[in-house]
Write a protein that binds this ligand. Structure first.
Ligand code: HEM
Length: 418
């Protein structure tokens, strides 16, 4: 019989404060000091196992071993995710709901997204040209609110743009917050869900007729495994599960702008490229900069992995940031080097900024292709169609606040189309 090993464990009553203090580096720091891919700790008053690396990701995305129901803290559900959404489902019910999301990610819809993103970017640039300066993160949130709404079939009046973009931004920014910021996040979710609920009701009452391939239509008329339409509040959460993360791409747009500035030699390579380098650059932005620190699940049934016992119900966190920076998987992981993706084999478990595994069968991000598409359009625009200056500012970003956003928001001046 194989020898049962004890998962290395950090001492202490609870390490939630350390998690807040160390942010993205909480799991990588301990993986490093234990010299192991996994360790046990206590978070939010309960025992938790943290793990990282390719093999850990492979086991974490094995549906027979982990489940998602009751894994996400209520706090995160009340701001970022919403309640009873696809993130909290398991098994057949999850797969059926996930198919609804993935049906929106066909090549034609991604092509349409390209066109819409380019159109709004070009329109907004005309405004930026008139200003002495602009802050990329703030503008990108508005850009992505316009893009998300048009792509999803949601009407958006010019007069409501600022209000909606602000609420959607608050949902993203307050995902790991406390006190006033947490309350702001909860209120922004309430307003945003009510907005979505009204739209769903209008479609079901036939007062509004969005195109059939839009998210608004698809989610309003989606039927569950029992053949029933989704409850209005659940449909609202799922529609927001499309809109909110599209607006969150504003963070990657800001990091893309930062990377072009921090690594000026890259701009030359992009200008010279026929297009392939854009894909490599975007992948490297998603690998290099911090976004989601980890994903959480609970052990479905007792099992043993590498001689370690995983007990039913135990909270388990997979180190997304640390896996993307794992020295065993990436050479010089702290170097910004897009060429590394030329020879990357495309494993679904070593490069996991938006989760790992299979998009259709597991919990991997439904919007990964949307994210890449939008980032490529914006990158191409920044490199080939825009002249701008990056004035002196604090270009740092935190490795503690989650999600991390460049501190200055990336201020640009003298913006001009070329
Ligand atoms: C802005 C960049 C984005 C990042 C960093 C990101 C990251 C993630 C991560 C880490 C997960 C969880 C994976 C897991 O639980 O194992 C996830 C799930 C999800 N994402 Fe994204 N995402 C992004 C953009 C998007 C976009 C644009 C959409 C929609 C158009 C989207 C829709 C979803 C949905 C629906 C899920 C839940 C999937 C499921 O539980 O099956 N995300 N995302």
């Amino acid at each position: 019989m194989a020898l049962q090993k004890t998962i290395p464990k950090e001492t202490g009553i609870d390490h939630s404060l350390d998690l807040l203090r160390e942010g993205y580096m909480f799991i990588p720091n301990r993986r490093h000091s234990f010299q192991q891919d996994l360790f046990a700790t206590r978070l939010l008053g309960q025992r938790a196992v943290c793990m990282g690396g390719k093999e850990a990701a492979e086991i974490f995305y094995d549906e027979t071993k982990f489940k998602r129901s009751s894994a996400a803290p209520k706090r995160v559900q009340k701001t970022l995710f919403g309640e009873k959404g696809v993130q909290t489902l398991d098994g057949k019910e999850h797969r059926h709901r996930k198919q609804m999301f993935m049906s929106l990610m066909e090549p034609e819809q991604l092509e349409l997204l390209h066109t819409i993103t380019y159109k709004h970017l070009d329109l907004m640039t005309t405004d930026w040209e008139k200003e002495s300066s602009m802050v990329m993160y703030e503008e990108a949130k508005k850009l992505m609110t316009r893009v998300a709404c048009e792509w999803a079939g949601i009407p958006l009046w010019a007069s409501e743009l600022d209000k909606r973009a602000k609420d959607l931004g608050t949902l993203i920014e307050s995902s790991v917050s406390m006190g006033v910021q947490y309350r702001k996040g909860k209120n922004a979710r309430k307003r945003s869900e009510n907005w979505m609920k009204d739209l769903i009701a209008q479609v079901r009452n036939k007062e509004r007729n969005p195109e059939e391939d839009t998210a608004l239509y698809t989610i309003a008329w989606h039927r569950d495994l029992q053949g029933k339409l989704l409850e209005p509040d659940v449909a609202a959460v799922e529609l927001l599960n499309i809109i909110r993360p599209i607006v969150a791409i504003a963070i990657y747009i800001s990091f893309t702008t930062l990377a072009l500035h921090q690594f000026p030699e890259q701009k030359y390579k992009l200008e010279e490229s026929e297009g392939e380098y854009y894909q490599l650059f975007v992948q490297e932005v998603r690998r290099y900069y911090p976004f989601f620190p980890f994903a959480g699940a609970r052990v479905k049934e007792d099992f043993t992995w590498r001689g370690y016992h995983f007990k039913k119900g135990m909270l388990t966190l997979l180190d997304l940031y640390g896996t993307n920076h794992d020295v065993h998987l990436w050479e010089n992981p702290d170097k910004f080097y897009p060429e590394r993706f030329t020879d990357w084999e495309g494993s679904p478990f070593d490069f996991i900024p938006q989760g790992g595994g299979n998009h259709y069968l597991g919990h991997r991000c439904a919007g990964e292709w949307v994210t890449i598409q939008v980032m490529k359009v914006v990158l191409d625009y920044l490199v080939n169609r825009l002249d701008y200056h990056v004035p002196l500012q604090d270009l740092s970003f935190s490795m503690v606040s989650m999600p991390s956003i460049p501190k200055s928001g990336i201020k640009l001046s003298k913006v001009e189309k070329v």
